[in-house]
Design a protein around this ligand. Structure first.
Ligand code: ADP
Ligand code: MG
Length: 736
């Protein structure tokens, strides 16, 4: 009987299967990456080949200026795309978009259609390219569509190239699109992102023109670094919590965790290596320029990163890659976990967002210059970025808030929920110098910029950066800012939209302030220095060079008046605060209604996630942990009875009795806490006000998770290993 139970445990089946697993290395088969790169992308080169001169030029100019494409031209572009796609065996097309569910969405239509006279033809015209009306009433909309019409539209984003997605032997032409409601209000990540990119372009060009009249376009660049865990799929499937929530809700820490620090940059396990090579090749075909792969700090944790790209494309590519990774993992019977905190007690996963600004003259605006003039330009953008974060830290915090990310930001783990900026020792000195020099009356000879000599100190600057602060949520890393607090499963669109918006706001204020001084007769460079000095003084509060994980910093931040929002419901308030609404509205990113809808969607998402986890931890405890505990308890009881029957005294079964008693306590505790949690959930569910409901889930419901988990994990340590039904941490993290 015991043996039968043992045989039927999903965990043991999974472990047996793992032993049979044949470990294969994919390899590139001698192919060069350049040979496959972007082979499934309708990019500039392909366009040249498949479009008429006229259509090509019109498309290029609309990409550059963001202007609308004429209907006639759209027909031509569609015909070119179709010809290109059909040559590659494509039969269907889809508008590909990123709704606020956090995943990507697609609905396939075939080119095939039947004309009124009954002839069957393949058709893809400008209309189908430009706009679709997905039957998508079940995407999150925060009430926007309920009020008007249940219709939503997807609209072509020509600035992100179309691509062919392969799944098995099926091939689909994917058109990147925005997703909006009937009245034009945005329902996705891309629409606001595009607005923020355009706003930033305009504001940054105006400021650039102080230094260089030739600049006509500024693009923001994003290079993300994606962290993830890889576990054996069969083992993962034996964990209902991993299947349903993407993270483990119970599980005792393994004897060996990451304390030996032997995983980081270690050699990549063969099976994972094969998976990586496989998804890399899929990514290359789609034009995702992956560059780096390595083990991360935690066992079973890895990272990949591409060469940076224009922000909109980089965001699309990250969404695409997460999707591809999940699909390709299945081929290897692996599961790629994007969750921010799949395992308690081991490092979580983030997604560093490296962000900078580039001009159409080829200058990285956050790269220290080689001449005094370009230095001043660098300093201008550098200081404005710091000021933007200082003025709107709460928005940045809101942009990365999610139920998942709370496990990193609010907990004792990198990075903290307090937003601060790290710039390194050298640049701190530079800022201090600017601030002090101009204290006295600023005169013509005192052109501080000319004396800063940043360009001569670049080696020092770079050295400083090799020693950069890994604990900071927002760090300057030599030629870009690195926003490290973004969660691994997040859509980068959300933090990038906020960053671009607040930078736009800062640059606009800067222009206004400098122009005001120039109007008063101040020389341009001097006016700029004056304003920069002022901004440095005003933004110093956000600069922090020390250890962001320390308790001392939390205290100091409090003294400085910096916010420390540890939970999502609290952090999200910034989106609907007066200041938050204002900055989005002034820069044309969101209307007030859009913000309120978005806020509602995010709160709802939070509630749903915690609700699902609460159900799951209840189910796991009652249906998995308790039966296993009771079963083992019975074995012990039988043993005690047997020993008694042999006429042995208390001494002979002391240990067994002790275990039986302990187990009873844990069982009782689990039972009581699960019941209390159920009550708390009922109360929360009956609360009409969404914000209050979210708060209740956050503080009342969720507080039972740790209590339940504590006792479940204690039972895991006691219960006979072969009776324990759930794959253990050591198996999930170390076996593959
Ligand atoms: P690490 O931070 O891991 O030491 P790097 O500093 O070399 O590595 O680069 C990290 C990431 O920064 C890479 O993904 C790269 O694409 C990105 N990056 C580099 N330059 C820029 C830039 N100008 N704009 C945006 N991202 C950039
Ligand atoms: Mg990095």
């Amino acid at each position: 009987m015991q043996n039968l139970m043992f045989m039927s445990s999903l965990r043991y089946q999974a472990l047996q299967e793992l032993n049979r697993e044949e470990k294969k290395v994919s390899g590139y088969g001698g192919k060069k990456i350049t040979a496959m790169f972007a082979s499934n992308v309708f990019n500039g080169r392909t366009m040249r080949e498949y479009l008429s001169d006229e259509a090509y030029k019109s498309l290029q100019s609309s990409i550059k200026s963001g202007s609308k494409i004429e209907r006639r031209m759209a027909d031509q572009v569609a015909a070119g795309m179709k010809a290109w796609a059909e040559e590659r065996g494509v039969t269907h097309f889809t508008h590909w978009f990123q709704p606020l569910t956090g995943t990507t969405a697609e609905k396939h239509d075939s080119f095939f259609t039947i004309k009124s006279d009954g002839t069957a033809i393949e058709l893809f015209d400008g209309d189908a390219l430009i706009q679709q009306e997905p039957d998508a009433s079940s995407f999150p909309n925060g009430g926007i569509r309920a009020t008007f019409e249940a219709r939503g539209y997807t609209a072509w984003d020509p600035s992100s190239p179309a691509f062919i997605m392969e799944a098995g032997s099926g091939k689909t032409l994917c058109i990147p699109t925005i997703f909006i409601a009937y009245n034009g209000e945005s329902l996705d990540y891309k629409a606001p992102l595009l607005k923020s990119i355009a706003a930033l372009d305009k504001a940054a060009v105006e400021v650039c023109n102080y230094f260089d009249k030739n600049v006509t376009k500024v693009t923001c660049t994003l290079g993300w670094e994606q962290e993830y865990f890889v576990v054996d799929e069969t083992l993962a499937n034996a964990r209902p919590d991993l299947v349903m929530c993407g993270r483990t809700l119970i599980g005792h820490a393994p004897a060996k965790g990451q304390q030996l620090e032997d995983h980081y940059f270690g050699s990549i396990p063969e099976r994972v290596y094969a998976f990586m090579q496989d998804f890399e090749q899929e990514a290359y075909k789609l034009g995702i320029p992956l560059r780096t792969r390595h083990n991360e700090v935690a066992p079973g944790q890895f990272e990949c990163a591409p060469i940076f790209e224009e922000c909109n494309i980089a965001v699309d590519h990250n969404s695409l890659l997460m999707d591809i990774m999940s699909k390709v993992a299945k081929r290897h019977k692996l599961k790629a976990l994007m969750h921010e905190k799949p395992f308690a007690g081991v490092n979580g996963s983030g997604k560093h967002n490296n962000w900078s600004l580039a001009t159409d003259t080829g200058v990285n605006l956050l790269s220290p210059g080689k001449t005094p003039r370009t230095n001043l330009m660098f300093l201008t953008f550098f200081v404005n970025a710091i000021k933007a974060v200082n003025d709107h830290a709460d928005l940045l915090r809101a942009a990365i808030a999610s139920a998942n990310n709370d496990h990193r930001l609010g907990a004792n783990e990198a990075p903290p929920a307090i937003i601060s900026v790290y710039i390194g020792k050298y640049l701190t000195e530079v800022l201090n110098e600017v601030e002090s020099r101009v204290k006295e009356k600023f005169s013509e000879q005192d052109e501080v910029i000319l004396k800063l000599d940043i360009h001569k100190q670049i080696p020092e600057l770079l050295m400083d950066n090799t020693d950069r602060n890994r604990t900071s949520p927002f760090a300057f890393t030599g030629n870009k800012f690195e926003f490290r607090a973004v969660g691994s499963s997040a859509n980068c669109g959300s933090p990038m939209t906020v960053l671009n918006t607040i930078m736009t706001q800062s640059l606009k204020e800067f222009k206004r302030d400098v122009d005001a001084l120039i109007e008063k007769g101040e020389k341009r460079e001097i006016a700029i220095m004056h304003v920069l000095r002022d901004y440095i003084s005003k933004s110093k509060n956000i600069l922090f060079e020390g250890d962001n994980y320390s308790e001392a910093w939390a205290e100091e931040a409090k003294r400085r008046g910096l916010n420390n929002f540890k939970t999502t419901p609290e952090a999200l308030n910034a989106y609907v605060s007066k200041a938050g609404k204002q900055v989005f509205f002034d820069n044309g990113i969101y209307t007030e209604r859009e913000l309120e809808a978005r806020h509602e969607i995010m709160l709802e998402d939070y509630v749903k996630k915690v609700q699902i986890e609460a159900r799951m931890i209840g189910y796991l405890s009652t249906n998995h942990v308790l039966p296993a505990a009771v079963e083992y308890q019975n074995v012990l009881i039988k043993n005690i009875q047997g020993l008694k029957d042999c006429g042995l005294g208390k001494e002979s079964y002391k240990a067994q009795l002790n275990l039986v008693t302990k187990m009873s306590e844990h069982i009782q505790n689990i039972n009581d806490n699960v019941e209390a949690m159920l009550e708390a959930r009922k109360k929360a569910n009956n609360t009409e006000d969404l914000h209050k409901r979210a708060e209740m889930y956050c503080h009342d419901v969720k507080s039972y998770f740790d209590k339940i988990r504590y006792h479940a994990d204690k039972l895991e340590l006691i219960v006979d290993d072969k009776t324990w039904p759930l794959p253990k941490y050591r198996e999930l993290l170390f076996l593959r």
